[in-house]
Design a protein around this ligand. Structure first.
Ligand SMILES: [Fe+2]
Ligand SMILES: [Fe+2]
Length: 295
């Protein structure tokens, strides 16, 4: 069993994954947690716009960098983000095919947001947002993995496997934008501004998206659903807040954030040739490492 990694940057790998979404995939892919299902769906809608914009920002950064190690780190980061948004694109098309009107509506909003950042904002802003997003994504990855059984156990294997793969890789590339930000800017105030802007923007759009999908499912007016949503938000923020506060320290360095043992186990299993990590057994998430359904 791999030991937790301390104070290191894991070696990034660009992986080709397949997630066997069922023909009968539902928007509420976790019937026990409809609110969490739509929270994930709403987050997924942003990925095909956010991640290509991250890639474009890092390509711009490359033009100002000569360190070959940092250039190689950026290339692997771009490789991972490219596979992420393509998988989310496929998943989002399935959500659109189910008939959610809010999918194309939110896609139009998110497309305009990131086109606007690319066209109208400074490189310094885009770089700070990129690092802010990645710092936040690292905290979300830790939260999702720590609470994986509660959040995913009753859900569709393909969706849980997609989300957990994505965040294993977000943890794996935790240093990339940080290293670029440090090399090209490094101003504390801008790092914090980028974090706060990214959080407000992404959480705002995610809230807008899940509210629209819960409305389409007729749940937004249900007090039971609203209560479940508030409990879920409370549960998430109790787990996220201490991790988010750590980012505010001037000495913050993602290398010092110890990776979750389950994420290390996922990476080791992939390296050992386990090709079934896109189809995990959601009833065995309590185990120390991922277990494929076919295992
Ligand atoms: Fe990603
Ligand atoms: Fe990322």
């Amino acid at each position: 069993m791999p030991t937790p990694t301390a104070a290191t940057a894991p070696q990034m790998i660009v992986r080709r994954m397949a997630f066997p979404h069922p023909v009968a995939l539902k928007g509420q892919w976790n019937p026990a947690r409809p609110e969490f299902s739509h929270m994930v769906n709403a987050g997924s809608l942003g990925m095909p716009f956010l991640e290509p914009w991250l890639i474009a920002t890092m390509r711009q950064a490359k033009a100002q960098i000569s360190d070959p190690r940092l250039l190689a780190e950026i290339d692997l980061y771009i490789g991972q983000e490219s596979t992420h948004f393509r998988q989310h694109q496929q998943f989002n098309r399935r959500l659109a095919d189910i008939g959610y009107r809010s999918v194309p509506e939110m896609e139009a909003v998110l497309k305009a947001d990131y086109a606007g950042f690319a066209a109208d904002r400074s490189f310094a802003f885009n770089l700070a947002y990129a690092e802010g997003f990645e710092a936040m994504a690292l905290t979300i990855g830790h939260m999702l993995i720590a609470d994986r059984e509660y959040l995913f156990a009753d859900g569709e294997a393909s969706v849980g496997s997609l989300v957990l793969w994505h965040f294993v890789e977000e943890i794996e590339h935790k240093c990339a934008t940080y290293d670029v930000f440090k090399a090209l800017d490094g101003r504390y105030a801008w790092r914090i501004y980028g974090l706060l802007f990214a959080m407000v923007h992404i959480m705002g759009r995610t809230c807008q998206g899940y509210r629209a999908m819960l409305m389409e499912d007729g749940l937004w007016t249900s007090w039971r659903s609203r209560w479940a949503l508030w409990r879920l938000l409370g549960r998430i923020f109790v787990r996220l807040t201490p991790r988010l506060l750590r980012i505010l320290k001037p000495s913050y360095d993602p290398r010092e954030v110890v990776d979750p043992a389950w994420a290390d186990a996922w990476r080791h299993q992939h390296a050992a040739g386990d090709a079934q990590l896109g189809d995990l057994d959601m009833s065995r998430l309590a185990e120390a490492g991922p277990v494929a359904r076919a295992a």
